[in-house]
Structures are given as C-alpha cells and as structure tokens.
Design a protein around this ligand. Structure first.
Ligand SMILES: [Zn+2]
Ligand SMILES: [Zn+2]
Length: 637
C-alpha cells in the first residue's frame, strides 16, 4: 500500500511513500508518520492511502507516530483552504495547526478518545462586529457565551496578548463555573500539548488563547470571539501569512458557528462588512463622548515662535505636564522612536552611519554608548572620527525616547520618570526583571508603540502627550492613517483629563474624529481614499516578495517575474475569471536591504482573493531563480 503524505516544506504537492508490511494495519488518514526526505527525516501527515503509485522505487515510511488520527476531516479541509488561499503547501498549513511537540515528532502512545457526539449543525453562521465605544464588550461577550454554552457548544476566545488571556480566563471561569483551557505562545511545549489533547478529547468547552488558539480542536464549536480584532498580532509574520480573523471565518462557515469581533476602532475590513450588512453591527448605542479635552499644537507654528528648527516639547505640552503633575496625576508621553538620536552623519562629507546588513541608519544610544540597528539588532561602537573622510564632524540628530527622557529629567528633576520601550523591556528581561508595567511607579512615563499591550496596567493617567504623530502618518503604507487612528484612540482613551498632540498636520482628517471618538466619520474619509485607489477593503492585495544577496539579480528576477505574470494574464484575458488581476511594481521594499538580503516586491490586486491566490499558485510554481527566495504575503498589513 501507498501513503500520500503532506510534508511541512514549501513544495505544494503530496509525496508517495510505501507502507511497510509491518505497518499496514496501523496507518490511517490523518496520522503523523516519520519519512525520509532527501537527507532528512521529516514528520508528515497521511492524506490518502491508495493501492498504487505512479512513481517507481518509493521510499518507505520509517515509523508511525499516532495510534489514532490527530487530524480530523474538518481540519484537513481547513488546511486545504489555507493552502489554496495563502500560498503554502498543505503540509505547511497543517503544521500551523499542530502543537510544537507533535510537529517535532513526539509519539502519542495513548489513542485519542473519540469525541462526543456532534450536535446538529445550525443553519447559517453569523458574524457580529461589536464596536466597543462604550466599554461594555464583556457584557456582550457573556450573553453570547451563555447562549452557546447552553446549547452545549464550545467557545474559542482570542486575545492579542497573554495577560489579557489570563484576565479573560478568570472572568469566564467566575461567570460560568466552567474550566477554561489556555492555548498561547508562552505555554511550555508540554503544557501546550496537554491542553491541546484535553480540548481534542471533547472534555473542554472553552478555550482562551492568542493566535494559535484559532486552531483549537474543539469538538462542537459554537462561537469564536476575537477581542481587539484590529490588533496586528493576529496577522502571521511568516508564511503562510494569514490573519486569524480570516481563519476564524473559514472555520465558522464550515462548522456552522458564530463569530464576534470586537474593537474600539475596528479594522476597515470588518467595518466595511458591517456597513454592507454582511456582519451585524453592535455596541454603538449609549454615550461615548470622550472624557478628556484634546488640544492640538501646530509644531510649525511653534518653531516660528520659539525661533528654533527643532523642539522637543512645545510650550503647551510643557505647561500641561506641569499642571497635571501638580494635580497629582500621571503623565504618559508617546514618542515612537527609541534611542538618543535616530541618525548619525558627518557634517563635512555627508556620510551617514548605516547598518552593514540593512539599508537603515543606525540609532545612537547614549547610555550604552553604541550604535544599533532597529531592524536586525546589529551593534557598533561609536565612531570617533568619520569613517569616510577621517574628520571629527559626526553629528547626531533625530529625537528618540532616550533623548526625551534626558530632557524630561532636566525639566522635572524631582519626578519619577520611567522609560518603557522595546529596548528597556528587553533590558529588563535580560536581568530577569518583570518586563510589564504592572506595579511600576512613575510620574512621567515615556513610551513607544509597545505600550499598546500594557494599557490595562495604566490606571491613573491624567495627561497623554503625543509627540510623534507625524512619523506615524508619514509611513509609506496605505494603512498609515488607519493604524495611527487605532493606536492613538487606545492611547488617548487612557487620559482622564487631557490629551495634547504635537503635529505638523493639525488639519489631518483623522484628528477630528479621534477627538470626538467618531470612528464612523474617520471611516467615511478613509474609505473614500481606498475607493479611489481600489485598495482594501474594496480589493485584496498580495505582495510577492523576492529577496537575495545580490541586488542586481533580485531586481532582474523581479522584472522578469512581472513580465511573465503580465503575459500570463493577457493570454487568459478572454477568460473572464482571471481578468481582474492587476499587477504593479517591482518596487524596492522598505528598507531595500534587510539582514543582508536585498528585497523587491510586486503588488497584485484583485477583487477575489481565491482567484488571485489560485492564479499565483499556478504561475509562481513555474518560476524559479537560483539564489532568489520568493514568498507571497496575501492581504499584507
Ligand atoms: Zn565625513
Ligand atoms: Zn540591520
């Protein structure tokens, strides 16, 4: 007999292996097997068993790792859909669903208990977008969960971060008196496997976790809740680049379950579906006026007044900090750049200190006296003289959190000042200190984007000061305004009294909706731009990323690939189905060079994700270039 095996490698086909006589009655579809592949021994998944194969001289399966199948039929189907939509092999898709130890080939000596009998499926799935402007999401979650549990079905609750998972677990256990199983990235491998097996056995009805929990093998799935659905952690950073929201959608359609998405500032994608009545919109009633005053400071105005080219704090910001502190309140200052200076250059010859592996300027750290690359963690000592011209003209510029910290020390020497950014967190971790903000004392907190996962630990912030709105809005990213709105709304919502924003763009269209917590108004403006450009949520995008060690080779390969895809599209132009795929590029990625690789992208646009994915799956398979790695990010964020 022959087993067709899916392997977790980026080759999108099944591999035939002979089943040794001794194993014939032990191997079933959905089991894991060990197989030889080139010089490796890999864990694969048996997809089909057939009497014959077209291939001669097959290798034998080495061993079988399961007593009963670990993969059920619905999960096979889900993996097939992921493979078809996200440009990965079936084996890679299945691998995403498996606990680490099963991927690594841990044997399961006990047969898995057969799950309890299936509850009759519902007629149609329903998605509710809970636009949480009133802070009443938990009330809504509880109602939904109560209904699901009363129907004897299971719930998956996804949170963006582990602390929030623990909070949710606690709330659910107290409310319903059920035991909740955690599936998250900080589980030890052995705990992860034990929890996964518990869920699969059907003994557990509520699973709480981070992204991986979307694959929780619940037996009778009734409801998936995704809290903070716009959080970027739900999007995978490696192939397959899926978004958990989309996986959840595939699951609820197949398993006839409901889904609740929640956010104070939903993704444009979800809000668009709600506006089109594909999702039900909830949570928008009641009073949602913000509790703070918002003041916009036009920095260009301020430069003129203070007769400086650069200011760190505007007068208004400084005055507000003073008055908040004297009132006994805490202050949070947001600046999304780490380091003392973000840029070091020679005044004489113009030489810029750059990372040797990335095309990025190095960040200067005063405290550690070193230069650092924010992309790849490359470190270098401080140059005494310019490496290019040998003169002593190196100057540092660009404001980072470390510089801001020193300025704040100068202005408020008596206060407790806490800097919390990616690097301070890393430093704390290396010294085995608590990395979070829980129980940390401060009068003034200086922080970056990493604060987003710690906001629940801030209780008494009177003033929120935003110092780097412009850098957020200036990113080369069509989602820049949306992401900025989502981030800032959460930050300003922490302010009990006052928000001050320093910006060069006081008239930007996101500011007024932000100050009134009127997401609908922002959405309208933003959607107009997206419509003009035919960008998501009106179309799907795919980014074909090419990378390699030699820039010229990568660029040429990208040109060649673009030409090839364009020819392929025009040759099928008469076929309506593939007609509406648009290609553009190739463009240099930002940054062009990252960790020693040069990178170019081709952008693909289509109204249908499935059609686009199918086209790319078919065509890219035939395109190979030595020394060039090609990945495809579907719906890039
Ligand atoms: Zn120089
Ligand atoms: Zn670097």
């Amino acid at each position: 007999m022959i087993a067709q095996v899916a392997l977790p490698i980026p080759i999108n086909k099944l591999f035939d292996y002979s089943i040794p006589q001794s194993l014939t009655d032990q191997i079933l579809k959905g089991m894991r097997v060990k197989v030889p592949f080139r010089n490796l021994s890999l864990v694969g998944y048996v997809v089909e068993i057939s009497p014959t194969s077209n291939i001669k001289e097959l290798k034998f399966i080495t061993s079988v790792l399961d007593k009963t199948p670990v993969l059920s039929v619905p999960f096979f189907k889900l993996a097939e859909e992921i493979s078809a939509n996200y440009f990965c092999s079936l084996g890679e898709a299945i691998d995403k669903m498996m606990p680490s130890l099963l991927k690594k080939g841990r044997r399961l000596e006990q047969p898995l208990e057969p799950p309890r009998k299936e509850v009759l499926p519902k007629v149609k799935e329903q998605v509710v977008l809970f636009h949480d402007i009133s802070g009443k999401k938990w009330q809504f979650f509880k109602e939904k969960m109560a209904k699901t549990l009363s129907e004897n079905k299971g719930v998956i609750f996804l949170a963006p971060q582990i602390d929030l998972c623990l909070v949710a677990k606690d709330l659910i256990e107290r409310e319903f008196g059920v035991s909740v199983t955690l599936l998250h990235s900080r589980n030890k491998d052995s705990d992860e496997l034990a929890n996964w097996l518990k869920v699969k056995s059907g003994k557990i009805r509520v699973v709480v976790g981070t992204s991986f929990a979307v694959f929780a093998p619940l037996v009778n799935l009734g409801l998936i809740i995704i809290d903070d659905e716009d959080n970027i952690v739900y999007k995978q950073e490696q192939s397959p680049f899926f978004h958990c929201r989309d996986i959840a959608l595939l699951r609820i359609k197949r398993e006839k379950a409901d889904m609740v998405l929640s956010s104070p500032a939903p993704s444009l994608e979800s809000y668009y579906q709600a506006k089109k009545k594909k999702y039900k919109l909830a949570g928008i009633s009641g009073d949602f006026r913000p509790s703070f005053n918002l003041q916009i400071v036009d920095t260009s105005d301020e430069y003129r007044k203070q007769k400086k080219k650069n200011i760190i704090l505007s007068r208004a910001m400084e005055d507000n900090i003073r008055s908040s502190l004297s009132g006994g309140g805490q202050v949070m200052l947001f600046l999304n750049r780490v380091g003392f200076a973000t840029y070091a250059a020679c005044k004489s010859c113009g030489f810029v200190m750059k990372c040797t592996r990335c095309s990025k300027s190095l960040i200067f750290f005063y405290e550690k006296k070193e230069m650092f690359c924010g992309s790849c963690n490359f470190k270098a000592g401080l140059p005494e003289l310019c490496p290019a011209c040998g003169l002593d003209y190196i100057r540092y510029s660009g404001l980072g959190t470390e510089k801001l910290e020193s300025e704040i020390y100068r202005l408020f020497p008596q206060k407790i000042i806490l800097r919390y950014d990616r690097l301070s967190a890393k430093y704390a971790k290396s010294r085995q200190q608590d990395i979070g903000l829980k129980n940390k004392k401060f009068d003034i907190l200086i922080t970056t984007q990493v604060i987003i996962n710690e906001l629940h630990n801030l209780k008494d912030v009177a003033l929120v000061g935003i110092l780097s709105l412009d850098a957020l809005l200036n990113r080369i990213d069509f989602r820049a305004a949306e992401k900025t709105y989502q981030l800032l709304l959460r930050l300003v919502s922490c302010a009990r009294q006052k928000v001050v924003i320093q910006t060069n763009f006081p008239e930007h269209y996101m500011i007024r909706p932000l100050s009134a917590n009127d997401y609908g108004a922002f959405y309208k403006k933003e959607l107009k731009y997206r419509k003009e450009l035919l960008f998501p949520p009106l179309a799907h995008l795919a980014s074909i990323n090419l990378r390699g060690r030699h820039e010229e080779k990568v660029r040429l390969a990208a040109d060649e690939l673009l030409g090839y895809l364009k020819r392929e599209i025009s040759s099928i132009e008469n076929n309506e189905k593939d007609k509406h795929i648009e290609l553009s590029g190739p463009a240099a990625a930002m940054p062009l060079k990252l960790r020693g690789n040069f990178r170019y992208n081709i952008l693909v646009k289509s109204k249908s994700r499935t059609r686009m994915a199918r086209f790319l799956n078919n065509k890219l398979r035939n395109f190979k270039k030595s020394g060039i790695i090609i990945t495809v990010d579907i719906d890039p964020l």
